[in-house]
Design a protein around this ligand. Structure first.
Ligand SMILES: *[C@@H]1O[C@H](CO)[C@@H](O)[C@H](O)[C@H]1NC(C)=O
Ligand SMILES: *[C@@H]1O[C@H](CO)[C@@H](O)[C@H](O)[C@H]1NC(C)=O
Ligand SMILES: *[C@@H]1O[C@H](CO)[C@@H](O)[C@H](O)[C@H]1NC(C)=O
Length: 216
């Protein structure tokens, strides 16, 4: 291949000089804050809620959820967001913070957004994830301990008394009062209904404490 052909071929492939790496192929993700507790990571099809600041390379802000005074909520990874954001949110934990660099073809492409984003613009996002859930979510039960002797398990319309601690996905307590005692029937609706419907189903599997304990 002659030198001319080689140069032509390289330019067709979009190869640039050494000083200019050219457009990015994929989103660049910088997980600059990862919370210690991460009970769940964003997966395709999850409903997510987040805040973000969007800037151009020179730092000029083009969009910010903070300016609108509302978080952004939507389904991640199913093509409803720009591809760069879809990919950039994957695997994120609640309270995690990420810097994203989104190349034009994963953002608004060679068309841009009239009056807001010029054609072929690389976008810079600063994102904090606030919430994750999915329509397919099911109650997940982990038995931490079970007494050796268990003559009686909770059945429908039993009265039960229990303590519980609730936390959010980032590990922070969801209730100021960490422990409560509630008396109610699992199936009948009473005015002491548990705050989370799943709690009711979970209790059906619970075992009575050892019968040697006083009061039981
Ligand atoms: C976005 O910008 C605001 C105001 O400068 C700042 O308070 C906020 O922490 C930023 N959010 C993110 C996710 O970077
Ligand atoms: C529990 O069940 C065992 C065996 O069925 C029985 O021997 C025991 O007396 C029961 N204990 C109580 C407290 O009911
Ligand atoms: C709830 O949290 C308190 C304080 O950390 C702990 O002592 C208690 O055992 C927990 N209760 C349950 C049911 O996990």
């Amino acid at each position: 291949m002659s030198l001319l052909c080689l140069v032509l071929a390289l330019s067709l492939l979009g190869v640039r000089g050494l000083g200019d790496p050219g457009p990015l192929e994929d989103v660049v993700i910088d997980r600059y804050y990862i919370p210690k507790v991460c009970l769940r990571e964003v997966q395709m099809g999850d409903f997510v809620r987040y805040h973000y600041n969007g800037t151009f390379q020179d730092g000029t802000k083009f969009d910010s959820s903070y300016d609108r005074g509302a978080t952004v909520a939507g389904v991640a990874g199913v093509g409803r967001l720009i591809t760069g954001m879809d990919r950039g949110l994957q695997g994120m934990c609640v309270n995690e913070r990420r810097h994203l660099i989104v190349p034009p073809h994963l953002g608004y492409g060679s068309i841009g957004v009239a009056g807001l984003i010029p054609p072929d613009t690389t976008l810079y996002f600063d994102v904090i994830l606030l919430d994750i859930w999915n329509k397919e979510d099911k109650l997940q039960i982990t038995t931490v301990s079970k007494p050796q002797r268990c003559n009686r398990t909770v059945e429908n319309s039993d009265f039960v008394r229990y303590h519980y601690n609730g936390t959010l996905l980032d590990g922070t307590p969801s209730t100021p009062a960490m422990e409560k005692t509630v008396l109610m029937t699992p199936t009948e609706t009473t005015n002491s209904d548990p705050p989370v419907p799943g709690l009711r189903r979970e209790r059906l599997r619970h075992c009575h404490p050892p019968s040697s304990l006083p009061g039981f």
